[in-house]
Design a protein around this ligand. Structure first.
Ligand code: 1BN
Ligand code: ZN
Length: 327
C-alpha cells in the first residue's frame, strides 16, 4: 500500500480533475426544525439512518450562514459541532492549528469524535465543515466576491456524519469509529492542489493514535440528483475499499452509487492516502447534473433547496452498514 501511495504526491501536484436548494426529497420547509433526540431503531438490530434528522443537521449548518474561515458563521458552527458531538460521542478531540497564506493567518479546527475508542479496525469517516469564501464559479461576476452557503459543498457531508453520531450514541459500534470534521478544505484556487485540504493535511501529518485502518471522505453528497462515481485517486490507491463500498450500495439497492470511474478529484482523501491510509472520496461532482462540476458548484446557488434527504440517506445507510457489517 505504502509503495503504491507514495506516487500520489507528484500526481496531485499536477492534477485537479479530469472528466465531466438542497430540499429533503421534495420536503422543503416541512423539514423538522431540529434533529431527532433518539434513534427510532430498536436495540439489537442494525440501526437506521434517519434522513429527516440528517436533513435538519444540514439546515442547521446553513442557518449559520457561510462558514468560511474568519466569519461568525464559522465560529458559531464550530461551537455547534463541539456541543453536539460531545453529547453523542465517547470522546471528542479538538485539533486547532494555524495557517498563513496571502499575508493572513487564520486559526482552524479539526474536530474528531470517537465511538468505541478501544475497539479494533478503526474506520474514519470524514467531511469538511468549512465553506468556500468566494463564489468564484458564479455566472454573475458581481456574486464572485461573496461567500457560498455550502448546503451541498460542506453541510451535506457533515450532516451525514452528525446523523451517524446520533445513531451510534444509541447503538455503539462493534469497531472503533472516528468521525472527522475537517476544516479549511475549500480555500484553494484551481488548479493549485496544495492550497486545498489544509485540515485533512494537518490531521494526516499529526496522526498519533488516530491512524485509521481505512477512511471514507464524503463531500457534495446532498445533490437531489445524486450520482456518485468511483473517484480516480480512490480507485487507484484504495481499490478494495472502493469495491466494498459500491458492493454495499448495490446490495442495499442504492442506484445513486454508479460503479464506474468518471473523474479524478483533489479532496480530503489525498493527504490520508499520502500518509499510507487506504482512503476514498465519495463525491458527486456533477452538481446538479453533467457536465462536471455542474452549474451550482462554488456559486451562490449552492443552497438547501438543491439538496435532498433521500441523497443523505443513501450515503448514510451505506456508511452505517459498513460500520456494523461483520468483518
Ligand atoms: C470539493 C468540493 N473540492 C472543492 N469543493 C475539491 C476540488 C478542488 C475539486 C479543486 C475540484 C477542483
Ligand atoms: Zn468546494
Amino acid at each position: 500500500m505504502w509503495r503504491k501511495v507514495r506516487g500520489i504526491g507528484a500526481a496531485v501536484g499536477l492534477l485537479v480533475l479530469i472528466g465531466s436548494g438542497c430540499n429533503g426529497s421534495g420536503r422543503g420547509s416541512s423539514e423538522p426544525p431540529s434533529p431527532l433526540e433518539e434513534s427510532s431503531a430498536p436495540h439489537g438490530e442494525e440501526p437506521t439512518f434517519d434522513e429527516h434528522s440528517a436533513f435538519a443537521f444540514l439546515q442547521r449548518q446553513v442557518d449559520f450562514g457561510p462558514r468560511a474561515p474568519g466569519t461568525s458563521g464559522h465560529s458559531q458552527a464550530r461551537t455547534y459541532f463541539l456541543t453536539t458531538l460531545r453529547t453523542y460521542a465517547d470522546a471528542v478531540t479538538v485539533q486547532d492549528f494555524t495557517h498563513t497564506g496571502g499575508g493572513q493567518t487564520f486559526t482552524f479546527t479539526n474536530i474528531l469524535a470517537e465511538f468505541n475508542p478501544t475497539g479494533s479496525h478503526p474506520l474514519l469517516l470524514g467531511a469538511h465543515w468549512d465553506t468556500r469564501p468566494l463564489a468564484d464559479q458564479d455566472p454573475n461576476p458581481q456574486n464572485r466576491s461573496q461567500p457560498i452557503l455550502g448546503a451541498n459543498d460542506g453541510a451535506s457531508g457533515v450532516a451525514v456524519l452528525l446523523e451517524i453520531a446520533r445513531v451510534l450514541k444509541e447503538h455503539p459500534p462493534p469497531r472503533r469509529v472516528i468521525l472527522a470534521l475537517f476544516d479549511a478544505e475549500d480555500l484553494g484556487q484551481t488548479p493549485y492542489a496544495e492550497e486545498y485540504s489544509l485540515g485533512a493535511r494537518y490531521f494526516a501529518q499529526h496522526l498519533g493514535r488516530f491512524r485509521p485502518e481505512e477512511a471514507i471522505i464524503v463531500d457534495m453528497i446532498g445533490d437531489r440528483a445524486l450520482r456518485i462515481y468511483q473517484e480516480g485517486h480512490s480507485l487507484q490507491f484504495a481499490p478494495a475499499l472502493v469495491r466494498k463500498v459500491f458492493q454495499t450500495a448495490a446490495a442495499l439497492g442504492y442506484p445513486q452509487f454508479v460503479p464506474e470511474p468518471r473523474y479524478t478529484i483533489i479532496d480530503d482523501h489525498l493527504p490520508l492516502l499520502q500518509a499510507g491510509i487506504p482512503a476514498i472520496d465519495l463525491i458527486d461532482f456533477e452538481y446538479p447534473e453533467p457536465p462536471s462540476p455542474g452549474r451550482y458548484w462554488h456559486t451562490l446557488e449552492d443552497t438547501v433547496d438543491k439538496c435532498s434527504s433521500a441523497s443523505l440517506k443513501a450515503v448514510g445507510e451505506v456508511l452505517l452498514h459498513l460500520i456494523f457489517a461483520a468483518e
